[in-house]
Design a binder for this molecule. Structure first.
Ligand code: GDP
Ligand code: IMO
Ligand code: MG
Length: 428
């Protein structure tokens, strides 16, 4: 099994970290291919909780080599703080490899992200404020700073100077903020160069050689399908390619190498930040699901918006990503609900749509059409086979599978590594 992609099917926080960690001990490389420290993955191992942002989730598996791919944007301060925090807990980040072509989030972009959001007022996106959008914009605008630039002071200074020529105008004249000094920014970035250098490699070449040698590579997405800059709810998206296609550009692994695409999907839905969310539950109903699922952001601590499972979105994710397997997570959270509604289609302007409509304006007006399933009361957190699940719970899973466009291969019944029902081996 050469290269496998793992993505989020909804709006993020589906439990990608746990799913990656589950496979970590059986794969040789875990590559983060998009996003940056906007991601937040909580992983629980033997009751011990780890929160990862920038580091690939494979970092917690001893034999696996974690890789930060070229498609990632790196906040150096966060990177080393995260490595230090892991080391302080007796975990090693020694094997981490960082792409020489990954982009750096310079300090001015974190400022610009935050002030842009404040300036937008009610039209804000609700970003994580980590400088993600401005850094990907710089990348496309060809004024970005890359990892390799840290090892060439002359080039670095030139790049920071030309970037600040523009950024300082924006900061000072539009946002009424203090301009940044070239020297201070260059010095700040260079202060990480020595520590970073031993980790840096030509990661597309490294991964090519690994695949040639028959190694297994897992490509782990941050964010999710509905937050993808092309395929998500634009403009309420992140600024990277979080779908399976992004795994190729963000790692340098060609599409012909990829033969499995796993999508992680929660048994209900959540969203952080602004943007349309057809099945959203408001007031007490939303609070109930939020509290049951502990749906508070790992990165910003914001309460996550909550709602019912949206099958058109799962089908869309299956289509856009070419999903071969779903990992259905947090099924245990629905225990005790008298009934569980599932959105099976939308009504838009009086017309039934079984799938995602063509435009965002239509999606924003979509009214869910629900089918309601009977709930179950028995605790399922110790279930390890489908047969261990209550009959109503089994029926719910089977219905989701039928509606979602790909088989459900693993079911999560708790946050722990072992709290999973494996129906099909994802690596077989
Ligand atoms: P990610 O961003 O996709 O990696 O997901 P997050 O880590 O942000 O959010 C998922 C949360 O759900 C984490 O706190 C996980 O520990 C937890 N989790 C994952 N799978 C399950 C599950 O099957 N059941 C329960 N109860 N919690 C889960
Ligand atoms: P993981 O990997 C949930 C959301 C933000 C905001 C939008 C743009 O943990 O699933 P950004 O800072 O990326 O420019 O914000 O995207 N967002 C996430 N929501 N989980 C994430 O990551 C997210 N990363 C970004 O809330 O709506
Ligand atoms: Mg998360």
């Amino acid at each position: 099994m050469p290269a496998i992609v793992l993505v989020g099917a909804q709006w993020g926080d589906e439990g990608k970290g746990k799913a990656t960690d589950l496979l970590g001990s059986r794969v040789d490389y875990v590559v983060k291919f998009n996003g940056g420290n906007n991601a937040g993955h909580t992983i629980v191992i033997d009751g011990e909780k780890f929160a990862l942002h920038l580091l690939p989730s494979g970092i917690l598996s001893q034999n696996c080599t974690p890789v930060i791919g070229n498609g990632v944007v790196i906040d150096l301060e966060v990177l080393f703080a995260e490595i230090d925090a892991l080391q302080a807990r007796g975990r090693s980040a020694e094997k981490l490899v960082v792409s020489s072509a990954a982009h750096i989030i310079p300090p001015y972009n974190t400022v610009i992200d935050k002030v842009t959001e404040r300036f937008a007022g009610s039209r804000k996106i609700g970003t994580t404020g980590r400088g993600i959008g401005p850094t990907y914009a710089d990348k496309m605008n060809r004024i970005g700073i890359r990892v390799q630039d840290l090892f060439d002071e002359v080039t670095l200074r030139e790049k920071v100077t030309s970037a600040l020529n523009l950024k300082n105008q924006v900061l000072a004249k539009i946002y009424n903020r203090r301009a940044l000094e070239v020297d201070a920014v260059v010095e700040f970035l260079l202060s990480y160069a020595d520590r970073l250098r031993p980790m840096v490699a030509d990661t597309p070449l490294l991964l090519h050689e690994a695949l040639e040698a028959g190694k297994t590579v897992l490509l782990e997405a941050g964010q999710a399908t509905m937050l993808d800059v092309d395929h998500g709810n634009y403009p309420f998206v992140t600024s990277s390619s979080a779908t399976a296609g992004g795994a190729c550009t963000g790692s340098g692994i060609p599409p012909t190498r990829i033969d499995r695409v796993i999508a992680v999907v929660k048994a209900y839905a959540t969203r952080v930040g602004e943007g349309p969310f057809p099945t959203e539950l408001l007031h007490e109903k939303g609070d109930e699901l939020r509290n049951a699922g502990a749906e508070f952001g790992t990165t910003t601590g914001r309460p996550r918006r909550t709602g019912w499972y949206d099958a058109p979105i799962a089908r869309y994710a299956a289509r856009i990503n070419g999903v071969t397997d779903f990992v259905l997570t947090k099924l245990d959270i629905l225990t005790g609900m008298p009934e569980v509604p599932v959105c099976v289609a939308y009504e838009i302007d009086g017309v039934r749509h079984a799938d995602m409509p063509m435009t965002q304006a239509e999606f924003a007006r979509a009214v869910p059409i629900y089918e309601t399933f009977p709930g179950w009361d028995d605790d399922i957190s110790a279930a390890r086979t489908m047969a261990d699940l209550p009959v109503n719970c089994q029926a719910y899973v089977r219905a989701l599978e039928e509606m979602s466009g790909a088989p459900i291969s693993v079911i999560g019944v708790g946050p722990g590594r072992d709290q999973s029902i494996v129906i099909n081996d994802l690596l077989a």
